[in-house]
Design a protein around this ligand. Structure first.
Ligand SMILES: Nc1ncnc2c1ncn2[C@@H]1O[C@H](COP(=O)(O)OP(=O)(O)OP(=O)(O)O)[C@@H](O)[C@H]1O
Ligand SMILES: CC(=O)N[C@H]1[C@@H]2OC[C@@H](O2)[C@@H](O)[C@@H]1O[C@H](C)C(=O)O
Length: 366
């Protein structure tokens, strides 16, 4: 039985690591969470990944039709039959992100998906925020706020997502709503899995440093970490956001290192940027809960625990699913858009005022 006011809604996310599509169902009214439904991960094939990878960095007007079709098809497959839902939140695939320049570009047409699934779809979540002077990212923080309430947190806590890029949300759960001043501060911490994956692909032909096994064998080159931390990005006050391939020079910086040392050094850079991010929080969080694929990397997690001055744990410690959090977030945000509630605010994206992004596309009848 659905709680009064709640809807069953699916969300889907194709992240910056280009591994595939996460899809998950939750029950929510866009403010509180009432329950979690089924979830599914559908990987891209190597050929599909190659097409998506080649499309990275492209902007509207450039030919990305083949990549967009892949994104729409794999999402349709991941969402079809997942559960009976009233609404879908569809993030799409980010190809390029330059909020202070050319904007933000996600591919995948929500109107097409609405027709295929026969369900209303909310999509294009980031453009309005950027048009209103915001970073357009991160957007999961409003969901993190609802999760903090769900787990009954009382003091400030932080959620770290280790995807292709890392992002951190500081939450004061004593506030009444996410858009209230002082409830949230959120920003991208720096590169996370993307440079590690790129190294593994180039040196070993592998998708990632499984469990951090390679990094565990290496020595950290401290000079590379120090140089990385001197980037102006780390001195910018949050909110702030990154494109997947910002910090491309980091790959160059480890090119002369042996494989294990390079993996250890990249992981240490990620941990150092997380520590830097924690220092930019308004007050020390009581704990750091880690979500996203990087929490499976034991070496990276150990480095983050050593660098952070607080308990660090995968988000499973509070009964949540760290592999599906972002898909759930876009389900939650879809309901907020449908209800006309904001999805970002000055504390999460630097937008001028709280704003709701997203386009609602309904399937044609008949
Ligand atoms: N067992 C593992 N060991 C090491 N790394 C892992 C493991 N499992 C997943 N990962 C890393 O997590 C990545 C996937 O994480 P996730 O799905 O959170 O990223 P994403 O959603 O694509 O990115 P983003 O949050 O930036 O959009 C993989 O590409 C890999 O680097
Ligand atoms: C532009 C874009 O797609 N950014 C992603 C990316 O992946 C992680 C980090 O960079 C975060 O800012 C964001 O995704 C999550 C889901 C967010 O918006 O909260």
């Amino acid at each position: 039985m659905l709680k009064a006011g709640a809807v069953r809604v699916a969300g889907a996310m194709s992240g910056t690591s280009l591994d595939g599509v996460d899809a998950a169902v939750i029950e929510t009214d866009g403010e509180a969470i009432f329950g979690f439904g089924p979830s599914r991960f559908l990987p891209y094939s190597a050929d599909q990944q190659a097409v998506l990878s080649a499309a990275l960095g492209k902007w509207p007007g450039e030919d990305v039709a083949q990549a967009a079709e892949i994104v729409e098809t794999v999402h349709a497959q991941a969402l079809a039959g997942l559960d009976e839902v009233a609404l879908v939140g569809f993030h799409g695939q980010t190809l390029a992100h330059e909020p202070r320049g050319r904007g933000t570009h996600q591919i995948g047409d929500g109107a097409v998906l609405a027709e295929v699934l026969g369900v209303p779809v909310v999509w294009d979540f980031r453009s309005t925020d950027v048009e209103m002077g915001g970073e357009g990212a991160p957007l999961a923080p409003f969901y993190h706020f609802a999760l903090a309430k769900w787990i009954g947190a009382e003091g400030p806590l932080a959620v770290l997502n280790l995807g292709g890029v890392g992002n951190l949300t500081w939450i004061d759960p004593s506030k009444a709503a996410p858009e209230v001043e002082g409830a949230l501060l959120a920003f991208d911490t720096g590169p996370a899995n993307a440079p590690i994956n790129d190294l593994m692909r180039a040196r070993r032909g592998l998708a990632c440093d499984e469990d951090g096994a390679l990094a565990a064998t290496g020595e950290v080159d401290a000079a590379v970490v120090t140089d990385f931390l001197s980037s102006p990005y780390f001195y910018r006050m949050p909110p702030k956001s990154l494109d997947r391939n910002d910090f491309r020079s980091l790959s160059q910086a480890v090119s002369r290192l042996a494989d294990g040392d390079a993996a250890a050094t990249l992981s240490a850079c990620v941990a150092a940027s997380v520590a830097q991010g924690l220092d930019q929080c308004p007050a020390p969080p009581e704990r750091l809960l880690v979500t996203g694929g990087g929490r499976h990397n034991r070496t990276l997690m150990a480095m983050i625990s050593a660098a952070a001055d607080m308990p660090v744990a995968p988000i499973e410690a509070v009964g949540l699913d760290g592999d599906m959090l972002e898909a759930q977030a876009f389900a939650f945000l879809a309901v907020r858009v449908a209800r006309g509630l904001p999805t970002s605010c000055p504390g999460t994206t630097g937008v001028r005022a709280a704003v709701g992004g997203g386009t609602l596309s309904k399937p044609r009848k008949g």
